[in-house]
Design a protein around this ligand. Sequence first.
Ligand SMILES: [Zn+2]
Length: 385
Amino acid sequence: MSVQKSKEILADLIAFETVSADSNLDMIGYLTQRLEALGARCIETRDETGKKANVFATLGPDMPGGILLSGHTDVVPVADQDWTSDPFQVTERDGKLYGRGTCDMKGFIAAALAFGETLDASKLTQPLHFAFTYDEEVGCLGAQTLVNDLSERGIVPDIAIIGEPTEMRVIEGHKGCFEYTTRFTGLEGHSSAPDDGVNAAEYAARYIGKLLELRHILKSRAPTDGRFEPPWTTVNIGQISGGVAHNVIASKAEVAWEMRPVQASDADLVKSTLADYVEHSLLPAMQAVHSESSITQKAVAEVEGLEPMEENAARDLVAELTGANGTGVVAFATEAGLFQKLGVHAIVCGPGSIAQAHKADEFLEIEQLDLCCRMLNRLGRRLMG
Ligand SMILES: [Zn+2]
């Protein structure tokens, strides 16, 4: 497979303006058409608006397992960024391909598709799957829908390679990212009679106190061999708002917070501790004064972490294919953790650097694309038995 073919496909992909806020249906249509032309069996899943879609495609034998190449189709906005050239048109300068999404992560999608087009599907000894998803940049929403669908269908690939930009390094771990907005509704009143009202701001403060207590517990639970920086699950209170004036009992308050778990059990602990605290302590106290008081929580994002595993067939395979003599962990969250939760051995490995992602003049070095093509070509020889 040539880099040239990947470059041609990449130029097509960049021209689809798939900023997360907008529809990605045109790009999914393009990918599906090309995949179906290869004889791939495609499954489309959509979000509730119908304007965003995933495509999951399979080449080769109809049997369990196989290898999955996965990437997200959405890109971050270009608004308020100072670009040298049109972000939605690939421009080549000095061995680099410029354009929004070149490194994050349409370069990998282009290489994966170009790779698929070189294969003789009838000679594959195991299935080769492709997953192209929506809304990764706003919380891995598409991958969540896709993974739920695969779980219902009983489709569990053996290995998943998520081609986020790692400069083709093999990444076997990242923290999760769980973001929430918790809303407190109490009862307004005059500040001189605090017992007649329910002060939402005070209950929010107590909730935050519980989160800070948990922070200490989480620190003590850090795995001894942890490679993350810092090696424990972190909690951040990002925004507090509520109330109207000094002398009014605050009837509304809101806390925006997040945690970045290093292990799934930490996320479970935080969620169950808070739920218990709300149900058995805060809410009864609020409702004793005003029965309509409430505490509600909205999950803004729940991106599973990718936990480094002792046994990881994906890591071993890709380390061999790339010749890597070590693996790493990264600070950014990806869709890999969702696939791991499905029971797939997953790693992150793709062309380009995260340092170039999300910025003006995002680029992908052609040399990186070439390395990715070489890795996939070696994979192809493996898939042919
Ligand atoms: Zn990405």
